[in-house]
Structures are given as structure tokens and as C-alpha cells.
Design a protein around this ligand. Structure first.
Ligand code: PA5
Length: 377
């Protein structure tokens, strides 16, 4: 993986004084407990997929975004997500489509109290037998208690791992394995990137990218546009929008994250990116090798690369600040590598901008208000 910057001046940044060995998230993922948790999730997912054709996953935000994006990127069609909105029609459509199918249910909520997901789980949890239902949550959360009471399967989310950092736990492992995607390879890519970073933090690609973001924000940039020319990586962009927004948008600081799919959006916001206000950083994610290696696919890949280079040239001329993140391929290992890269870059960005990337009081404020208003009904 390689990070290249355009129109962004080199700035000396150091991670001196940051005790990464004590970041609980890294300690967990490098421990044998992480591997054991995944083995347990894999065994249960295997058991479900022997008996069931479909899986309904109920959850919202960090609890489902990683798995949903990866499953969409690999094109699996047997996992259906809901509980990420309060619009009943979404949920209803899924149930209607699965009316004559056998399906399992996977409810993911770290707190076990989030209204959107708990409401839909309550509605759906008795629609299949209890051995087809798994709850993934914190130990002793209301969701865990419900699972014990009803006799559902239970997989634990490690206490120290927050929603948007939890895709490489049972949270992502269970649905991704069920979808038939090789989660082990994704996990290996993820761990390999963490180890690479820890070996050489001050020369890392993560610091290069986080340093660019921080210095551009200090110079007055206010927005970060994540973009990709590749369908595979376009599916992963919502993960990074959420990760960056919820981790770094605090204390009146942070770049506002948004995403664009190129080339489609070059025929829309492309105009703004070229000639509008220059208050943004463009982060373009691409890969060297595409999934499909047929002759015709290779021909299109070549043209897509020309579109990428043409866009970078045009945007460079327009004085845009650009970061290009290049992965090896469109495969499991690259997906894991990118996930670790982004999570680490967010932690590093937090250090550079003096922002705690963990926790999300702003989100909690909305959740608490909603609970109060519902109770007052
Ligand atoms: O990343 C986060 O922490 C959030 O987006 C949560 O995942 C989201 O709010 C859902 O919370 P919970 O998993 O407790 O239902």
C-alpha cells in the first residue's frame, strides 16, 4: 500500500510520546483472545449456513457498516441489513422477500440499547426458532440479558472495542463468514498492517496521510472527499466517512467527511471540485490489480486508470490538495489492510489534533433525547 500526496507540502510530524503499545484496541487485536473470538464466530456462522440460506442482520452505525460494506464489495446477496433506519418499509421489504425462505437473525448492538436496532430486533426475533438467532453485544448488556432469557446464541464484543473499530471482531466475522467470504484473509491483512505500522510508526503511510490531513485542516481546509474509481472500493467509502466523522468531529474540529463515486460524480460534483471553493482535501482510493482478469475487464481497467490519472492531473492544476491511497488489489487482504490503515490513521490524526478518537458523546446526546421523548409518550 502506498500513499502519494499532490499539492500538499511535506511537514515534519512525529509520533514521539504516543504510547501505542497501550492503545487497548491494538492490544486486543494482537492478542490470542482476538483469534479465539473469531474462531468461535466462524464455527457458529458455519453452523448457521449449513441450515439457513439467508441472514438478516439488525444493527446500525459501527455495528454493521464494516460488514455491510465488505459483503457488498464482494457481491454476496444472502445477507440483508436492517435496523439502520426507523422506516418500517425497509424492514418490511426484507421480510416479504424472505417470506418463503429459511433465514437466521443476527442482532448486533454493543450497548444493546440503541432504539433503531432494538425495535426491529424485538419485532423479528420470534419469527424463526431460537437456534437460528444470534446476539452480538457487550457482556451483561440488555441485549445479552435478552439472549440469555430467550435462549439465543451469544457472541461477545470485547469491552474495550467501540462500534466503528469492531469490524474485525465477531461483529464483522459472523456476517462475513456467513456470506461465504474468507474473513480469515481479511483479518490477516488487518493484523499485518497493524504490525507494519508498529514497526516503523514515524515513517508509516498512516502518519504520512494523517499528517497531510492535519496540516491541510490547519491551513483552513474543512472537508475531506473520499473517492474511488472502483466499484469494490466505492462500497467501502461509507465505512471511512463514518469512522472519520464519528471519531474526529469533536470540540469544533475535524474535516467534514463525505464520499464520491468516480467517474459518475465527475459529471456532477466534479465541477465543484474543479472550480468551486478550495476548502477540501480529496482522498482517492485505488488499486493496482482488479478482481476480474478477463481480457475485456483488463481493457476497461486500463481506461479507468487513464480516467484516474486524467482527473488527478486536472485537479492538481486546479490546485486541489490530493492524497492517493493505492492498494495491491481488490481482494480480502487489501480490504483488511485498508481497514487497519484507516483505523490507525484516525488514531494518529487524533494524536496530532489533540482529539480523543474513541467515544461519541454527540451521538449519545441524540440517542438519550430520543429515549426521553419516547418515554414521555
Ligand atoms: O461507532 C459507533 O460507536 C457507533 O456508530 C455505534 O456503532 C452505533 O451508534 C450503534 O451503537 P450500538 O452498537 O450500541 O447499538
Amino acid at each position: 500500500m502506498r500513499v502519494t500526496k499532490y499539492n500538499i507540502a511535506e511537514k515534519d510530524c512525529t509520533l514521539e510520546g504516543f504510547d501505542f503499545e497501550n492503545v487497548e484496541l491494538l492490544r486486543y487485536f494482537l492478542s490470542s483472545a482476538a483469534k479465539a473470538d473469531i474462531r468461535q464466530a466462524k464455527a457458529l456462522a458455519k453452523d448457521f449456513s449449513k441450515r439457513l440460506k439467508h441472514l438478516i442482520v439488525v444493527g446500525v452505525g459501527g455495528s454493521i457498516l464494516g460488514a455491510r460494506s465488505i459483503i457488498e464489495a464482494f457481491g454476496a446477496k444472502n445477507v440483508h441489513f436492517c435496523g439502520n433506519s426507523l422506516d418500517f418499509s425497509q424492514f418490511n421489504d426484507i421480510l416479504k422477500n424472505l417470506e418463503n425462505e429459511n433465514y437466521g437473525i443476527c442482532y448486533i448492538s454493543k450497548s444493546g440499547t440503541t432504539i433503531e436496532s432494538s425495535l426491529f430486533f424485538e419485532l423479528v426475533c420470534d419469527s424463526t426458532s431460537k437456534e437460528n438467532v444470534v446476539v452480538i453485544s457487550d457482556q451483561n448488556s440488555p441485549a445479552h440479558k435478552l439472549a440469555s432469557k430467550k435462549g439465543f446464541h451469544f457472541l461477545e464484543i470485547p469491552q474495550t472495542i467501540g462500534g466503528r473499530f469492531s469490524t474485525m471482531t465477531a461483529v464483522g466475522a459472523f456476517p462475513i463468514f456467513f456470506a461465504g467470504i474468507n474473513f480469515d484473509k481479511i483479518f490477516n491483512g488487518y493484523i499485518h498492517e497493524i504490525k507494519t505500522f508498529l514497526k516503523n510508526k514515524n515513517q508509516s503511510e498512516e502518519l504520512c496521510y494523517a499528517g497531510a490531513r492535519a496540516s491541510e485542516e490547519a491551513k483552513g481546509k474543512r472537508v475531506e472527499v473520499f473517492a474511488s474509481f472502483e466499484n469494490f472500493y466505492q462500497k467501502l467509502l461509507p465505512v471511512f466517512v463514518q469512522l472519520v466523522g464519528e471519531s474526529l468531529g469533536k470540540n469544533g474540529k475535524g474535516l467534514y467527511p463525505t464520499s464520491s463515486n468516480f467517474t459518475e460524480d465527475l459529471h456532477a460534483v466534479g465541477q465543484y471540485l474543479q472550480e468551486g471553493r478550495k476548502n477540501f482535501v480529496e482522498t482517492i482510493i485505488c488499486s493496482k490489480k482488479h478482481k476480474n482478469s478477463s481480457k475485456i475487464a483488463k481493457k476497461y481497467q486500463k481506461i479507468n486508470n487513464i480516467a484516474l490519472n486524467s482527473t488527478i492531473e486536472a485537479h492538481k492544476k486546479a490546485d486541489n490538495s490530493i492524497v492517493k491511497i493505492e492498494l495491491e488489489g481488490q481482494d480480502e487482504k487489501s480490504a483488511g489492510t485498508l481497514l487497519a490503515f484507516m483505523q490507525l490513521a484516525v488514531i494518529v490524526s487524533g494524536f496530532l489534533t489533540k482529539t480523543n478518537p474513541f467515544g461519541q458523546n454527540g451521538v449519545e446526546a441524540y440517542k438519550n433525547n430520543m429515549r426521553k421523548m419516547l418515554n414521555a409518550q
